[in-house]
Each structure stands twice: as structure tokens, then as C-alpha cells.
Design a protein. Structure first.
Length: 223
């Protein structure tokens, strides 16, 4: 079950982020996304602009980024839409962080397929590295969150760390990934099983063998 986060003190966030504005680079990107929609439909770009704002906050804080209330208000004003509608988007999607996070935001899927495939071992590997759910490590390196399904059920268990997915995990591979990140290295992204590339059957196909080399028509055999 995904956990809720504690929203930081608003007075403190306003003092720090009250003057937030897109940098020239991010403003250009924001206007580019807005330009993809017909006139009068600029509010359709809200998800893209919230993501840009979070990334800018991340660059300024050397973290994965988050959305303070004044930053959400800035995006709402930029798009000419009510703050509450923008806030509804930010609170609906787990891709947006409503509280400060570390340099690496470790989001562990705890939904049924990942749970059955060993997500508890992934959480245990995180805890063995000092990560605590809904908290950031004292060195500011990692934030651990348990989330709902992120769509990688065929390669469960999986985690998302910032923009990358790591799949087919176990305690050992998760430990190695965290170690690499802590040492400034880039772990292998995607499946961690040797010889597997995406979500093709591990060890080879077990059904529809004739489809391997050509588009075999099975219909006559199914009568």
C-alpha cells in the first residue's frame, strides 16, 4: 500500500520558494509544451509543467526534486488555471513529490505481482542500507517510498529510481544497485536477469513456438 507523505510547513516553504520562476531554459521548454495544444487549451500542459518545475527544484537542491506549494501556485498562474486544479494533479500522480526527497528517490512497488515476486526482499535490502520508508537518509542520498503498480508486472519485482526502472530484482541485485548509486556509479537499468532484455520469457518461449521465426497462422490448428 502506498503511503501518504507529510506536507512541509507552508510558511517555511513560502519563505524559500515564494519567488520561484522558470529559468530561461525551463521557460523555453514550458512554452514548447504549451504550444503543442490548441489556443485556449494551454491548461492541458499542466502535467508537463509540473514535471519541469520539479526538475528545476531538483537542480537547485541537488535532489530528485519536489513541488512546494508556491511552485504549484506558480505553475497554476503560468497556465491561468485555479490552484486547486493544479494541486489535484500534483497529488494524484506519484511522479510528483510533495515533500523534499534525496538525490535518489527509491520507489518500491508493493502491489500484488511485485509482492508475490519478492518486494519484501527489496524493502529489506533498502533497510539494510539504512533507508527508512517515507524518510531521507541523513546524508541526503536516498529517499524510500512504497508505491502502487508502476506497470512492470511481467518483470516484477521492480523499483523506479528517479527516471530509471530496475526490474527482476532480488535482495542481492537491489543491494548492488544502491551501492553503485552511493558510489556515484550508474547501475544497469532495466531487467537485472542475465540474458533477458525486456519482458520476453526468461529461458525461451514455452508456447507458440512457430511464432519465433515467422508470423505463423495457428487458426487452422485451433479448430
Amino acid at each position: 500500500m502506498a503511503d501518504s507523505v507529510a506536507i512541509p510547513n507552508e510558511a517555511e516553504t513560502r519563505a524559500t520558494w515564494g519567488s520561484f520562476a522558470f529559468s530561461p531554459e525551463y521557460k523555453a521548454k514550458a512554452d514548447m509544451y504549451i504550444g503543442r495544444y490548441p489556443a485556449g487549451r494551454q491548461q492541458s500542459a499542466v502535467m508537463a509543467l509540473l514535471d519541469l518545475a520539479q526538475r528545476q527544484v531538483g537542480e537547485e537542491t541537488q535532489t530528485q526534486g519536489w513541488l512546494p506549494v508556491p511552485v504549484i501556485e506558480y505553475v497554476a498562474n503560468y497556465l491561468g488555471m485555479p490552484y486547486m486544479r493544479t494541486y489535484e494533479v500534483a497529488t494524484f500522480y506519484t511522479m510528483y513529490n510533495l515533500a523534499p526527497v534525496g538525490r535518489y528517490h527509491v520507489q518500491v512497488c508493493g502491489t500484488t505481482p511485485c509482492m508475490l515476486r519478492g518486494s519484501d526482499d527489496i524493502i529489506a535490502a533498502c533497510k539494510s542500507r539504512g533507508l527508512v520508508k517515507n524518510a531521507t537518509t541523513p546524508d541526503g542520498m536516498f529517499t524510500l517510498t512504497e508505491v502502487e503498480c508502476m506497470g512492470n508486472c511481467a518483470s516484477a519485482p521492480m523499483v523506479q529510481i528517479n527516471d530509471d526502472n530496475y526490474e527482476d530484482l532480488d535482495h542481492s541485485s537491489m543491494t548492488a544497485i544502491l551501492k553503485d548509486l552511493a558510489e556515484g556509479k550508474q547501475p544497469k537499468v532495466g531487467t537485472q536477469l542475465p540474458g533477458r532484455h525486456t519482458v520476453e520469457p526468461y529461458g525461451g518461449v514455452t508456447t507458440l513456438h512457430a511464432m519465433v521465426d515467422k508470423n505463423h497462422d495457428y487458426r487452422g490448428e485451433w479448430k
